[in-house]
Design a protein around this ligand. Structure first.
Ligand code: SIN
Ligand code: FE2
Length: 232
């Protein structure tokens, strides 16, 4: 419940008491040095983002990729942008073509670019120009084990991660796999940005629970995550 003592001040959804603002206006919560949570930052854009996601997955369908070890990932994945992240027996990498269709990935929608740039700026990373967006669909029971995002050419650019649909518990760890991660519940419309000293922190997602309220009204019975990166 959000207690509203000042009804003319907009309520921040799911707010804690650790808000600060980096100067442009959107309240941010610190997850670690260089890592920020922007609660609800993508809510206003969610319908447009969703329309674009549907368009991308028609052209480049979601698929379960295999890890280099041969196991299928539980999430379903596709990409858009100049390059897309792929995983198979040969390893993790970025590729200019979708290996399923052998065609270039769909272009990065303008709305993805705009959201990523404004979120990065709010988090203190002005000038971010992503060239790739990984789209992950989590169905109830699926998860993302702790990993680092380190297949990009350089780590100067931040990561912008957008949550849509069902909630998730996001794990944000340290620079070593064994560092104990913090747990943060991410809701529809939340955006996490990490870069600088946090760029190589381990992170992951606990198994998604299905919602007692039924499917999400916009996204259906899923969680979608958009990860925007500068890969090349
Ligand atoms: C990822 O790091 O690959 C996904 C993170 C998320 O789903 O929130
Ligand atoms: Fe990641």
């Amino acid at each position: 419940m959000t207690l509203r003592l000042f009804p003319d001040v907009p309520a921040v959804p799911h707010g804690g008491d650790s808000f600060t603002s980096l100067g442009n206006g959107w309240p941010v919560e610190s997850l670690a040095e260089g890592a920020w949570l922007l609660r609800g930052f993508a809510i206003g854009a969610a319908q447009t983002l969703w329309r674009e996601i549907e368009r991308v997955i028609k052209e480049a369908p979601l698929r379960q990729m295999s890890t280099p070890g041969g196991q299928k990932m539980s999430v379903r994945t596709t990409s858009c942008g100049e390059v897309g992240w792929v995983s198979d027996r040969k390893g993790y990498r970025y590729a200019a073509c979708d290996p399923e269709s052998t065609c270039p990935w769909p272009a990065l929608p303008e709305s993805f670019l705009h959201l990523a740039q404004t979120a990065a700026t709010e988090a203190g990373y002005a000038g971010f120009v992503p060239d790739s967006c990984l789209i992950n669909r989590y169905d109830p029971g699926t998860r993302m084990s702790l990993h680092q995002d380190k297949d990009e050419r350089d780590f100067a650019a931040p990561i912008v991660s957008v949550s849509l649909g069902f909630d998730a518990i996001f794990l944000f760890g340290g620079l070593r796999r064994n560092d104990r991660p913090s747990r943060t519940r991410l809701y529809h419309g939340d955006v996490v940005v990490w870069g600088g000293p946090a760029r190589l922190r381990f992170h992951g997602v606990l198994p998604i629970a299905s919602s007692a309220d039924g499917p999400h009204p916009l996204i259906g019975p899923h969680r979608f995550n958009l990860t925007l990166r500068k890969a090349t």
